[in-house]
Design a protein around this ligand. Structure first.
Ligand SMILES: NC(=O)C1=CN([C@@H]2O[C@H](COP(=O)(O)OP(=O)(O)OC[C@H]3O[C@@H](n4cnc5c(N)ncnc54)[C@H](OP(=O)(O)O)[C@@H]3O)[C@@H](O)[C@H]2O)C=CC1
Ligand SMILES: O=C(O)[C@@H]1CCC=N1
Length: 279
C-alpha cells in the first residue's frame, strides 16, 4: 500500500457527497494515507467531519488549494448536472499528465476528451456505496491514453475498496450503473419490503425489521464464506420440498408476476436513464 500512496500522491477528489465520502473512507481505511488526499467540495459543513476524523485536507474550491499542487489523479464525484462547472475547475491539470477518473453516471469519455483534450488519460468508472467498507465493486473503462503501469495502478487503487472489473466497451457502464451502481439500494429496499410483509403477516414492526436485516446479513455472509457455491444452490438449500419457502418462491418466481420481470423493467429503466443523462 505504501507504493500506491506514493503513486497517487497527491490525489484530488472533486465532490465529497455520498459516494465521494464512501470512496475516501474506503481508501483511508484500506491503506491510503490522509496526507495524500485533498478534497474540494463547496459544502464545507459536509467535509468538515471527514477532515476532523481522518486529517484529509479540504477546500471549498479548487482555487483555494496550494498553487503548486498538481494531482497525479483527479477523482470526479459530482452529479452529472454539476459536471460542466466541476470540469472547468480542474481542466488546467490536463497539461501536467494528470489522470482523470470520473465516477459520474452518464458522463462519457468523449465528453471529458472534448473538455480536457484527447491526449489526456481518462477513466470512466462506476463504483458503489459499499466501497466505504472495502466491499464495493467498481467497473471501469479507460481511454487509450491509460496504458501500462498507469492502468495497473488505477486497477489497484479501485481494488483497495473492493473488486475492480474492466469492461470491454464504454456502453456497458450504463448497465453497470443500473446493476451494481444502484444495487445496494435494491438490497435495502428488499429488507424494507420483507419487513413490511412480515408486519402484514402479524409481526411487530421492530421484530419484523430485525428479522429482515439479520436475514440479509446472514445470507450475505453465506455468499462470502462459500464463494464457489452457486447462488441457486444456496437458495435450494433453504427450499424444503413441499414446504413453506417453495410456496413463497412460486409467487416470487412466476414468469409474469414474479420479481424477474420487475427487475428486468427496473434495470432497463435505470440503464435508459443513464443513457438519457449522457453528456
Ligand atoms: N450515490 C451513489 O451510491 C453513487 C453515485 N455515483 C455518481 O457519483 C456522483 C455523485 O453522487 P452522490 O455522491 O450521490 O451526490 P451528492 O450530491 O451526494 O454529492 C455530490 C457532491 O459534489 C458537490 N459539488 C457540486 N458541485 C461541485 C463542484 N463544482 N466542485 C466540487 N464539488 C461539487 C456537492 O455539493 P452541493 O451539495 O453543495 O451541491 C456534493 O457535496 C453522481 O454523478 C452519481 O452518478 C456513482 C456510483 C454510486
Ligand atoms: O442513482 C444514481 O444516479 C447514482 C448512480 C448509481 C448510484 N447512484
Amino acid at each position: 500500500m505504501y507504493s500506491l500512496n506514493k503513486i497517487f500522491n497527491p490525489l484530488l477528489l472533486i465532490g465529497c457527497g455520498k459516494i465521494g465520502k464512501a470512496l475516501v473512507i474506503g481508501w483511508l481505511e484500506n491503506g491510503l494515507e490522509a496526507d495524500s488526499i485533498h478534497i474540494v467540495d463547496p459544502n464545507i459543513q459536509n467535509t468538515k467531519a471527514i477532515s476532523q476524523q481522518y486529517g484529509v485536507k479540504i477546500y471549498d474550491q479548487v482555487e483555494a488549494m496550494p498553487q503548486h499542487l498538481v494531482p497525479i489523479i483527479v477523482v470526479i464525484a459530482v452529479k452529472p448536472q454539476m459536471m460542466n462547472k466541476a470540469i472547468v475547475s480542474v481542466s488546467r491539470f490536463s497539461h501536467f499528465g494528470t489522470c482523470f477518473l470520473s465516477i459520474a453516471a452518464s458522463s462519457t469519455i468523449s465528453y471529458f476528451e472534448n473538455k480536457l483534450g484527447n491526449t489526456v488519460p481518462i477513466v470512466r468508472a462506476m463504483p458503489n456505496i459499499a466501497s466505504a467498507v472495502g466491499h464495493g465493486i467498481t467497473a471501469y473503462f479507460a481511454n487509450c491514453n491509460v496504458v501500462g503501469d498507469q492502468k495497473i495502478h488505477i486497477h489497484q487503487l479501485l481494488e483497495t475498496i473492493g473488486e475492480a472489473i474492466e469492461v470491454d466497451n464504454e456502453e456497458q457502464i450504463n448497465a453497470v450503473t443500473a446493476l451494481s451502481g444502484g444495487g445496494p439500494a435494491y438490497v435495502f429496499l428488499l429488507i424494507e419490503t420483507l419487513a413490511k410483509a412480515g408486519i402484514k403477516s402479524g409481526l411487530p414492526e421492530k421484530v419484523a425489521m430485525k428479522l429482515a436485516r439479520t436475514t440479509v446479513i446472514g445470507s450475505c455472509e453465506l455468499l462470502t464464506r462459500y464463494p464457489s457455491q452457486e447462488v441457486s444452490q444456496l437458495r435450494l438449500n433453504v427450499t424444503s420440498q413441499g414446504g413453506t419457502t417453495a410456496e413463497a418462491l412460486k409467487v416470487l418466481m412466476d414468469d409474469h408476476t414474479g420479481i424477474q420481470p420487475i427487475f428486468n423493467a427496473a434495470l432497463a429503466a435505470a440503464t435508459e436513464r443513464s443513457k438519457a443523462l449522457t453528456c
